[in-house]
Design a protein around this ligand. Structure first.
Ligand code: NAD
Ligand code: MG
Length: 350
């Protein structure tokens, strides 16, 4: 039996995780949490909002599936890593914001960190535990979102409803807007850097509109391994919860005879500046990724509320990155302050 604590149980990932857990008698849901909706009937121990580490202390899970959205997921990520409890991580924002602290916690705890983000699950599978020395580069694919092919001028007046119409994935609102701006790929670039230990110039983002290839690893011997499958988050969720067993899922396997064309192209960095902003925040290191994430969270919320235009999201993030010093966080207090400082800088606009 594996005891699972599911944080963010009412969200897009959370609901799909419940389906996976229900299908496997050896997975036992011992705790469930949400930000605001009722979860009392989902698990023996539940919590709505507040400090989720209190729930984790009581539940003593074998696996924490962190599917909270945003920086709010950080304490749970650190709780699991510090204790060597397996962390199935959907909450990429916590790893982006706290990368160095999170990896230090993992080294102390000695447990596993299994990505749930589909691209990183794909890369994890292609790598099979091989270290950076045998790898030439990693490729993270992006659908390009609903605005692929548009110009900046065409994006001036887009509405939240248009940004929320994602072509290939059905997800929560924050990550869906991040997919429309390509901030999601920016977060994923930083996430890949911390998960797999490669420098940024060896992690590439390519546009691949149908989201069939999720990730690809180029090895030093000239071989490249890719991970293919229909876009369905139940696959990476199941992979993380049943690792290394690779349990069955209801997702159909890939039909090649029906005709499958795989298209790739370079991202349009001019129209979608958040991808370049994330790359430079990652390269500069310290608390720049934390500031990138915090500014993006505030700006996306303001866009969804109708207080900021679509293109204003990238402008807000660029302004914050130009204003902060990015000094490395020595501890969690430093990091929380870097996050808060970035949010304060956007108070006047967002
Ligand atoms: P969502 O908005 O659908 O759900 C978010 C969940 O987090 C909800 O259960 C909500 O109640 C909970 N939550 C929010 N604030 C909280 C707080 N302060 N304390 C406790 N719980 C809180 O989001 P989602 O699409 O399921 O995404 C969740 C995470 O997974 C995000 O980090 C996202 O980037 C990542 N992710 C999602 C997908 C996807 O397909 N949805 C794919 C890859 C990665
Ligand atoms: Mg992803």
């Amino acid at each position: 039996m594996r005891k699972i604590a599911l944080l963010g149980a009412t969200g897009s990932i959370g609901r799909q995780a419940l389906e996976i857990v229900e299908a496997h008698p050896e997975l036992e849901l011992v705790a469930a949490a949400s930000g605001s909706q009722d979860v009392t009937r989902l698990a023996p121990l539940t919590q709505v909002g507040g400090d989720l580490t209190e729930l984790l202390d009581r539940a003593e899970p074998d696996i924490v599936l962190n599917a909270v959205v945003g920086f709010a997921g950080l304490p749970a990520t650190l709780w699991a890593l510090e204790r060597g409890v397996t962390l199935a991580l959907a909450n990429k924002e916590s790893l982006v914001a706290a990368g160095d602290l999170a990896l230090a916690a993992q080294r102390r705890g000695g447990g596993s960190l299994l990505p749930v983000d589909s691209e990183h699950s794909a890369l994890h599978q292609c790598l099979e535990g091989r270290g950076p020395e045998s790898v030439e580069s990693l490729v993270v694919t992006a659908s390009g979102g609903p605005f692929r092919g548009k110009t900046r001028a065409e994006l001036e007046d887009v509405t939240p409803a248009e940004a929320l119409a994602h072509p290939t994935w059905s997800m929560g609102p924050k990550i869906t807007v991040d997919s429309a701006t390509l901030a999601n790929k920016g977060l994923e670039l930083i996430e890949a850097h911390f998960l797999f230990g490669l420098p940024y110039d060896r992690i590439e983002v390519v546009i691949h509109p149908t989201s069939v290839v999720h990730g690809l690893v180029r090895f030093r011997d000239g071989a490249a391994l890719a991970h293919l499958g229909y876009p369905d988050m139940r696959v990476p969720i199941s992979y993380a919860l049943t690792y290394p067993e690779r349990a069955a899922t209801p997702v159909p396997s890939l039909d090649l005879a029906a005709g499958l064309t795989l298209e790739f192209s370079a991202p349009d960095l001019e129209t979608f500046p958040l991808l370049s902003l994330a790359r430079s925040a990652g390269e500069r290191g310290g608390t720049y990724p934390c500031a990138f994430n915090a500014a993006n969270e505030v700006a996306v919320a303001a866009f969804l509320d109708g207080r900021l235009p679509f293109l204003g999201i990238a402008d807000a993030v660029a302004d914050v990155l130009a204003a902060v010093d990015g000094a490395p966080a020595r501890d969690l207090d430093d990091l929380v302050e870097a996050d808060a400082q970035a949010r304060r800088l956007l108070e006047p606009v967002a």
